[in-house]
Design a binder for this molecule. Structure first.
Ligand code: HEM
Length: 444
């Protein structure tokens, strides 16, 4: 009798667990997305109907392959190439549209007024939680919220003050001179040569960050960069597929490699930080990003006193994350800005000439100095215009609760499609109107 009761209880427990699991899966792959879809349509947003588990992912992958199969055009409408699925969604369904990344909807936000409102209400519109495997690439300030963000921002800000950036100029100068010398040697034999500048610019920006972030540990910084570049490739593949909870624990080839890289990067950064802390205790000063960050962190500990130590300071792990973020946030963005500046200056020799004249007028044949950089008005306008036309961070993401804690993600676009008559003038209006490459100056 006892045994029978136990068997019944066990069967009931199993049935309850199986039912709960079944319900959770059904809710995740179907009920929740369909409820969100109804809410979005009620609000006047359009998009493809939700398709089981994959949503628009299969279409997105095909559209991306197709877009990447032909050479890039220089028509200045970069969205069809940079984010083909999003461009396709906006062209098909207009500005007020949404798309499906697996069972999660993403709403496209392109109206400058709405963008401003969303970014200013950071207590309401939160940062997106990515696939946990993506956190191996970087977390840090850019991914934190509320008190944690405030604490890190306070400690990191001194590293980006003007007087600190001034000390980094010689490092910029060294990296840039090395690159120019290389290029001059390459053209010296025939007077010209054809080369793909992209890998050079990627190396330049990673060298700049290694030198300015890790100064004397520049070589170690370079190795970390190579590992982080590989990590970025794995991360892109990971986030492009449906996120299955728990998948990160599976010993797949990619998961294992990502964990290996994470371990190696962390160990290198930790060794560097420990060495630096020892040197600081011995009275050595360091004006690179890591030195300033550690110094600012130590000051914070002194300011708040021993009792509240844990609240105000950053742990070694947190410092490691911020160092990883410098690479992630600064490397590709800087290289992309430089690349498009070169492309546009090649397309517009008039502005190339004006920029060259200005640089020669301010610096002559001397090395660039900090005060002189402030006098480069034309160069600054050109860089702003390039950032407007080809923003290195093409979109930002935020989330918002739409219906009883069911969250939708928002794609906030920095670049809007330019040639589509469906889009209003307002959407195409630049955030910063510098001067139009594509207007009157084109003819000169
Ligand atoms: C052309 C170059 C760059 C562009 C276009 C760019 C763009 C951006 C954008 C759009 C954000 C906001 C992200 C969000 O709120 O979701 C951001 C944040 C950030 N970027 Fe950059 N970035 C550039 C260079 C750099 C460099 C060189 C570094 C550091 C070495 C850097 C470090 C950061 C950090 C730490 C944050 C987080 C700031 C915070 O949340 O308070 N960025 N960047």
């Amino acid at each position: 009798m006892e045994l029978q009761r136990f068997a019944i209880a066990a069967v009931c427990a199993v049935v309850a667990v199986v039912t709960w699991l079944g319900w959770s899966v059904l809710n995740w792959v179907w009920l929740r997305p369909k409820k969100l879809e109804r809410c979005l349509r009620k609000q006047g947003l359009n998009g493809n109907p939700y398709r089981l588990l994959f949503g628009d992912l299969k279409d997105s992958s095909n559209i991306t392959k197709q877009a990447e199969s032909s050479p890039i055009t220089l028509s200045q409408d970069i969205l069809p190439r940079a984010v083909p699925p999003i461009h396709n969604c906006v062209v098909t369904y207009g500005k007020n549209s949404f798309m499906w990344l697996g069972p999660s909807p993403r709403v496209n936000i392109m109206d400058p007024g709405l963008v401003k409102e969303i970014l200013s209400k950071n207590f309401e519109f939160k940062k997106l939680k990515f696939n946990p495997l993506a956190q191996f690439l970087a977390t840090g300030l850019a991914f934190y919220e509320d008190e944690r963000w405030t604490k890190h921002r306070k400690i990191i800000t001194p590293a980006f003050r003007m007087e600190k950036l001034k000390h980094m100029l010689p490092a910029f100068d060294t990296s840039c001179s090395e690159l120019i010398n290389k290029w001059e040697n390459m053209v010296s034999t025939q007077g010209f040569c054809e080369l793909d500048v992209w890998p050079f610019l990627q190396t330049l920006s990673s060298d700049l960050i290694s030198r300015t972030a890790f100064g004397s540990n520049y070589e170690e910084g370079r190795q970390i960069f190579q590992l982080q570049t590989e990590q970025a490739k794995h991360t892109i593949q990971t986030v492009a597929s449906v996120y299955i909870p728990g998948w990160r624990f599976m010993p797949t080839k990619r998961n294992n490699r990502m964990k290996e890289i994470e371990k190696e990067v962390r160990a290198s950064l930790k060794a560097m930080i420990d060495k630096r802390l020892k040197a600081m205790k011995a009275g050595e000063a360091n004006e690179d990003l890591l030195g300033i960050l550690l110094d600012s962190n130590l000051r914070e500990i002194q300011d708040i006193g021993k009792n509240s130590k844990k609240v105000g300071m950053m742990s070694t792990d947190e410092v490691i994350e911020e160092c990883k973020l410098f690479y992630f946030a600064g490397q590709e963005t800087t290289a992309v800005l430089l690349l498009w500046t070169m492309v546009l200056l090649s397309k517009h020799p008039y502005w190339q000439q004006r920029a060259r004249e200005e640089v020669l007028q301010v610096f002559g044949n001397n090395n660039p100095n900090f005060e002189g950089l402030n006098h480069l008005k034309i160069v600054t306008m050109i860089l702003n215009e390039v950032l407007r036309l080809y923003p290195p961070a093409v979109m930002l993401t935020r989330t918002r609760s739409l219906h009883r804690n069911r969250y939708v993600a928002l794609h906030i676009h920095e670049a809007a499609p330019r040639d589509n008559p469906k889009h209003s003038q307002e959407t195409r209006k630049p955030a910063v109107m510098a001067f139009g490459f594509h207007k009157s100056h084109n003819r000169r």
